[in-house]
Design a binder for this molecule. Structure first.
Ligand SMILES: Cc1cc2nc3c(=O)[nH]c(=O)nc-3n(C[C@H](O)[C@H](O)[C@H](O)COP(=O)(O)O)c2cc1C
Length: 299
């Protein structure tokens, strides 16, 4: 079950997705954190952010829509208050980072570079560059290249770039971030969506538009991993609607070396551990390994 992602050795290929598992520690009463492949913490920015006003979440058929607005404690508070406890868990902790401009990304990366207990960085590029007309880094290959290059230059830690699905051709983005020096690619982030409350005659969440996640997006995400795998030279991490081991195996067979479990954590805080156990059972039954199953549907 062990896999190597960007130089990070995972005891199994299942991680928890950023923003759906707090800073990890909140889940310790409900699941065995040391049975996870890795914990990816809530997106961190240079300065703390209060996020959007509520309501920020609404349930949808087969998923949920959220517009949390990247609320977080900030990199400094994370290092001071969360990391000392996280270090005690025998599971790699990956810090998810984002910024409003390239300098902020680079500074967040360099702050995390010098501390003990962070195994790698996941760079969320689904954010607007406020210094460049609000263009979303992850929807433009040049912007994506610039931000990943800056993070690469700021850290010696393994860098995983998390792609936005809001592009015409995901392969162009994979090439851009690989050229910029990413060590691995994770995909997908949420897909923009909207729900109207017909009694109130207004959008159900205060931000109006939110990010759709959960099983509803899984076939889109599997397709994008499949397409990404046709050009990728670095390991892929599949994300989107994974609730069971069978779901995870779809991503792995499409070409992912590892997966992340997100929205399913809201239904069952033990979901990611169950997914890992299910993959192990499948591999045992079929006398194979997680690594061998990667890309099995492509051969
Ligand atoms: C409530 C919520 C908060 C999220 N926050 C972040 C975040 O801070 N950074 C990030 O890169 N992705 C964030 N995501 C996206 C997830 O990590 C994941 O890419 C997405 O939800 C698709 O996976 P899923 O269908 O398994 O949830 C968030 C998702 C949800 C539902």
């Amino acid at each position: 079950m062990t896999v190597d992602i960007a130089g990070i050795r995972l005891k199994n290929p299942v991680m928890t997705a950023s923003g759906t598992f707090g800073y990890g520690l909140e889940f310790s009463p409900y699941t065995a954190l040391d049975k996870l492949g890795a914990i990816i913490v809530k997106g961190l920015s240079l300065r703390p952010r209060p996020g959007n006003p509520g309501p920020r979440i609404v349930e949808t058929p087969c998923g949920m829509l959220n517009a949390i607005g990247l609320q977080n404690a900030g990199v400094g508070t994370f290092i001071k208050e969360k990391l000392p406890l996280l270090r005690k868990i025998k599971t790699p902790v990956i810090a998810n980072i984002f910024g409003e401009n390239i300098a902020d990304y680079a500074e967040a990366a360099s702050m995390l570079d010098s501390v003990d207990g962070v195994a790698g960085l996941e760079v969320n590029i689904s954010c607007p560059n406020v210094k460049h007309g609000g263009i979303v880094f992850g929807t433009d290959p040049n912007e994506a290249h610039r931000v990943v290059s800056a993070v690469r230059a700021a850290t010696g830690l393994p860098v995983i770039t998390k792609l936005s699905p809001n592009v015409t051709d995901i392969r162009v983005m994979v090439r851009a971030v690989e050229e910029a020096g990413t060590d691995a690619v994770s995909l997908i982030n949420t897909i923009p969506g909207m729900v109207i409350d017909v009694e109130k005659r207004r959008p159900a969440i205060a931000n109006r538009i939110g990010g759709l996640s959960g099983p509803a997006i899984r076939p889109i995400a599997v397709r994008m991993v499949w397409e990404a795998a046709s050009v990728a030279n670095t390991p892929l991490i599949g994300i989107g609607g994974i609730t069971t081991a069978r779901d995870a195996l779809e991503f792995i067979m499409a070409g992912a070396a590892a997966v992340q479990v997100g929205t399913a954590n809201f239904l069952d805080p033990d979901a990611a551990v169950k997914v890992a156990e299910g993959i192990r059972d499948y591999a045992t039954k079929h006398k194979t390994s997680a690594a061998e199953l990667t890309g099995a549907a492509r051969r």
